[in-house]
Design a protein around this ligand. Structure first.
Ligand code: GDP
Length: 291
């Protein structure tokens, strides 16, 4: 099991902030730490420039001031996006999309539990109907989270019809939250995007879709974003879920991904257990990242 919060810049920064004064090597080390944490070269340069300016303006040579400035700069940039989940509709329908392996099913299980912890009633829809394993896996999570699930009646049933039935049941029975699993891969990317569009359209015959959450794996960093580009372009994504932050040394990815996609992070996954999902709070994240 990876160390918790290994994405924190803590160990990389501890050395430099423990020094007596800010000098050229401080800037070099800070640059290395930011690049290692996957902030990416552009954001790294911008942060360094901003901090150099601040250090000059405030005429400080104290590394502790630099640490505070770094934390605030990161927090300010993270906070430019609104992490609020828009789930006030009844039922509130959330479509969960993303490529296979990123942690989509696990996230759905955790999200169901997360909503139940807030006292909401939840139903899952297994609209990834082409992989028997996907339905079984979602079933297991429904059991763990103690929520209902609507399964396809037969293998390969039209995913949109499962989505429709799930929302219909929620409306009939007054279930507050609907979470729909979707396929992560089909023979063609265009086929997959068409399928997601159809699910969206069919659900909206009953009620508007509240959130389309794209799940991204922090350990794949910027590569993962490239793989998910089609979802961003075609599936009306409203927010991101970043998984596997517990095992990743790439905490800077969180800032990079918001700025690159223009989409807010709404949830973060920090482990494989059902309670390892939290809302995204820029202040808390920046604090943990910088220490
Ligand atoms: P899917 O194919 O996208 O549905 O992915 P799964 O939900 O099956 O997850 C793939 C793997 O990632 C599984 O082994 C999960 O236990 C693991 N996983 C999912 N979320 C997290 C997380 O936040 N942290 C860690 N460490 N592992 C995760």
């Amino acid at each position: 099991m990876a160390e918790r919060n290994s994405w924190s810049l803590g160990s990389a920064l501890r050395g430099m902030f423990g020094r007596q004064t800010i000098d050229e090597s401080t800037w070099d080390d800070l640059e290395d730490a930011l690049l290692l944490a996957d902030f990416g070269p552009v954001i790294t340069d911008e942060i360094l420039e901003e901090l150099r300016g601040q250090v000059e303006r405030f005429r400080t040579t104290d590394p502790r001031d630099l640490k505070r400035m770094l934390r605030e700069t990161i927090e300010d940039r993270l906070a430019k996006f609104d992490p609020t989940l828009n789930l006030s509709a009844r039922p509130a329908v959330t479509l969960v999309v993303g490529v296979n392996g990123v942690g989509k099913t696990t996230t759905i299980g955790k999200f169901a539990r997360f909503l139940r912890n807030f006292g909401r009633t939840v139903v899952l829809g297994a609209a990834d109907t082409f992989r028997a394993a996907a339905v079984e896996q979602l079933d297991t999570w429904a059991m763990r989270a103690d929520v209902r699930i609507v399964r396809p009646q037969q293998y390969g049933q039209d995913p949109a019809s499962v989505a429709y039935q799930t929302v219909e049941i929620a409306m009939r029975e007054g279930i507050e939250m609907v979470i729909l699993d979707t396929a992560g891969r089909l023979p063609t990317k265009a086929g997959l995007m068409d399928e997601l569009t159809k699910i969206h359209r069919v659900v909206e015959k009953l009620t508007p879709v509240s959130e389309v959450l794209l799940v991204l794996d922090a350990t794949t960093g910027q590569n993962g974003v490239s793989q998910a580009e089609a979802f961003i372009e075609h599936s009306g994504v409203t927010g991101l879920v970043i998984t596997k932050l517990d095992g990743s040394a790439k905490g800077g990815f969180v800032l990079a991904v918001q700025e690159r996609t223009g989409l807010p992070i709404k949830l973060i996954g920090t482990g494989e257990s059902i309670d390892d999902l939290t809302g995204f709070t820029p202040h808390v994240f920046a604090e943990k990242l910088v220490g």
